[in-house]
Design a protein around this ligand. Sequence first.
Ligand code: NDP
Length: 449
Amino acid sequence: MSNSNAYVERILDLVAQRDPDQKQFKDTVTEVLKTIAPVLDAHPEYEQQKLLERLVEPERVVSFRVVWQDDKGEVQVNRGFRVQMNSALGPYKGGLRFHPSVCLDILKFLAFEQVFKNALTGLPIGGAKGGSDFDPHGKSDAEVMRFCQSFMTELYRHIGPDVDVPAGDIGVGGREIGYLFGQYKRIRDRYDAGVLTGKRIDYWGSLARTEATGYGLLYFVKNMLDAKGIDLKDKVVVVSGAGNVAQYAIEKAQAFGAKVVTCSDSNGYVYDPNGIDLDAVKEIKQVRRGRIKEYVETHPQAEYHEGCKGVWTVACDIALPCATQREIDLESAKTLVANGVTAVGEGANMPSTLDAIAYFQEHKVLFAPAKAANAGGVAVSALEMAQNSERLQWTFEEVDERLKGIMKNIYTQAKKNAEAYADPDDLVAGANITAFSNVAEVMMAQGLV
Ligand code: NDP
């Protein structure tokens, strides 16, 4: 075993031994470290300076109690967290997730991913993630507001425009960002527009931020397909999820002429042979906050199936997982390959398990990994910070053009490093090598912190 491989194995053992229950964190660390041997080989000083030991340990983890009252007057107690993983490249940056599954394992995995994703954007942002086990489903606006106010009453002391800038994620959209921002402003008694991103346009949000992750995914996938001479036009696309990322992935895929035939939520999926009617999905999810099965009430040609995993049994050319982590396991990967999938683009974070990724790569499926393919959201969040700093708002077209340029650059860098150090089509390795090199160089320059 080479020195660098032995070093990586030691770090993976360390992670497993320190936090044996944090399986998703271990998976994402494994995915990154298993691909960066060429960089470690070229830089023996990284091991001497314990760079990997530092990278896998968050700079700071904040955990707090969130007490609030529901509409019946009952007291509710939730858990809140912020994992500030790495600030080498800039202020901590990463979303807040409100979902019953939220725990340290999930937030550490997301924060670790975020460090490398943010590095790929080329913008000055470190990596973090936070959230709560609070479930916004079925809660009234007033309950969500009281929860957000209580959450921010603790979080405010750990964030700021040059310290840590949270944004949305699962369960945290424009409504929640508004309540969180209002409470921050009240407590601090100042208008720090740049403390949160994903704000509404009428109070210093960025145009195209809502669309950015989904659009960015399609820009990345298009770059990947163009390089192989494959046209998106008329390709059959399967999308999972029906939230922010899924909706705008569908919108851009349709704009490129593809036919998107599915979307889903955590109860089940819809298959529409005529192509998904996106306006209907937006009406159900954005306006009524309803369930995706309501789609078939107005679209009789479509089918609704209980259980979200079934979405991967629908035959397609391109699969875009846009719901949540670990939604494509080995079995689903085998089904997709058997049905002739050509490309997979990850809109969600870590939606494919490690064995599913390996299976796609073995079967020469073009694979766009999350930290590269879904970096458009955080990239436009960083552009929102820039606009807030200059107290100006750019046009939709200007932000969208910059997003396109950033996604192209991420693809080009990942492809270049894949060709130089790994299988030329291995964008997992290419993206990890690019991101790790950027973060590692700067950490070394900043000394022992
Ligand atoms: P939303 O809350 O807007 O939507 C999430 C969607 O996924 C909903 O349709 C939800 O269904 C479904 N979902 C959630 N949990 C599960 C589950 N356990 N099984 C099946 N479906 C599930 O979130 P986003 O669209 O913002 O985020 C989706 C993914 O994209 C996440 O992995 C997130 O981390 C990632 N991401 C988001 C970015 C952003 O800018 N928003 C940026 C980069 C990555 P239901 O309504 O039933 O819960």
